[in-house]
Design a protein around this ligand. Structure first.
Ligand code: PLP
Length: 396
């Protein structure tokens, strides 16, 4: 019997992928499944981006590229950041990655020494915790609370910082809650961290262009004096509906760029050359595709919150960002995990249990708005009917 390393037992998973597979399996058996589990836009990548990749392939961009990404792409990223956030970034500090996830992987690897503590949101994107648990560092969950509108509390975060803290992971707008942390709270955190100059921040801003009700996204890059310790994560997956292309980037502090470049060389050498050309077309081309997608999400998230709040036993905060709603299901009497499973198997609605995003997700399920309003409406009708018909089975 082979003997694998024991830390593999601590490596987690992303249940959204299992739900996606199960939903596809049920659909292939002829079942009518509405998928509100999926975390990817329901529109195709805009055609001019696809064309740019085809052209790159035809033009012979078929080989390795520099590990940190081709210079024109990193320049396009810097220009985009300047346009959107009014912040100057050195293209030399940008490292292009195969998706958003590797920046998480490498940032955690970089700080996860034995005895180190890393703070991450709970509920939060499951890969944060999975990566930290896999490493030698200790995960310190930061509760993300419904009563705070699913923004993080700077006070609660600062209470968790100590001499062992090496990295804080932030995510606003947030998956799975749709929460957006108010600017004042981020200001307070940044002020509180002055006492802890050795603590780095990984700010996952992959949903940064998806905010509603006129709320502006506040980037951690906005704090000039924090640049030496802020890693920004962003990418094309959500903003340009490019999840399958595997294209993302990190903006790294000067002192860390070469370390992450070496991690990239060791791991994947470089990102697919044609995908990088597509990334330039996305950033340099027309941006109305984003506005169209975000206004569709805006209408749907308002609809989801209003409709879910009519369902007996459920209540739903109106999402302020991203494209997820995170309804509280405690009033239904169902445990969120059993409910999510029964909804998929019996009612034909794919959702994700809140506890797939951490222990503080207990009592919640995640609904993705990446489906037509018609399908979302039908899904919530099914959930309501299922709950009405199965009150006696409520298990929580
Ligand atoms: N960060 C957050 C908060 C996400 O929700 C996701 C994807 O769902 C990612 C990062 C990873 O993005 P990618 O698919 O580009 O790796």
């Amino acid at each position: 019997m082979v003997k694998i390393a024991s830390n593999l037992a601590r490596l987690g998973d992303e249940n959204a992928f299992s739900v996606l597979a199960r939903a596809a399996e049920l659909a292939s058996q002829g079942r009518d499944i509405i998928n509100l589990g999926i975390g990817q836009p329901d529109v195709p990548t805009p055609p001019h981006i696809v064309e740019a990749a085809i052209k790159a392939l035809k033009d012979g961009h078929l080989g390795y590229t520099p590990a940190n990404g081709i210079a024109p792409l990193r320049e396009a990223v810097a220009a985009d950041i300047h346009r959107r956030l009014g912040v100057e970034v050195d293209p030399g500090h940008i490292v292009v990655m195969p998706g958003g996830k590797p920046t998480i992987f490498f940032a955690v690897l970089m700080f996860a020494a034995a005895g180190a503590e890393i703070i991450c949101p709970d509920p939060g994107f499951p890969i944060y915790r999975s990566m930290i648990d896999y490493s030698e560092a200790q995960t310190v969950p930061l509760p993300i609370r419904e009563e705070n509108g699913f923004g993080f509390s700077a006070d609660e975060l600062l209470e968790r910082v100590n001499a062992k803290t090496r990295l804080i992971i932030l995510n606003s707008p947030a998956n799975p809650t749709g929460g957006v942390t108010p600017e004042a709270e981020i200001d307070k955190l940044v002020a509180g961290l002055e006492k802890w100059p050795e603590v780095a921040i990984l700010s996952d801003e992959i949903y940064g262009q998806m905010t509603y009700d006129g709320q502006r996204h506040k980037s951690l890059l906005d704090y000039e004096h924090m640049r030496g310790r802020v890693i920004l994560l962003d990418g094309w997956s959500k903003t340009y509906a490019m999840t399958g292309w595997r294209l993302g980037y990190g903006v790294w502090p000067a002192a860390l760029v070469d370390h992450v470049r070496r991690l990239a060389v060791n791991c994947h050498s470089c990102v697919n050359a044609a995908a990088q050309s597509a990334g330039i077309a996305a950033l340099d081309g027309p941006q109305d595709c984003i506005a169209d997608m975000v206004s569709a999400f805006d209408r749907r998230r308002a609809f989801v919150a209003e409709r879910v709040n009519q369902v007996s036993g459920m209540r739903c905060a109106t999402p302020k960002g991203a494209f997820y709603a995170f309804p509280n299901v405690t009033g239904t009497g169902w445990n969120e995990r059993e409910l999510a499973s029964a909804l998929l198997e019996e009612a034909g609605v794919a959702t994700i249990a809140g506890t797939d995003f951490g222990g503080f997700g207990a009592g919640f399920i995640r609904l993705s708005c990446a489906n037509s309003q018609e399908n979302i409406a039908a899904a919530i009708d099914r959930i309501e009917a299922f709950l009405d018909e199965n009150r006696a089975r409520a298990t929580a």
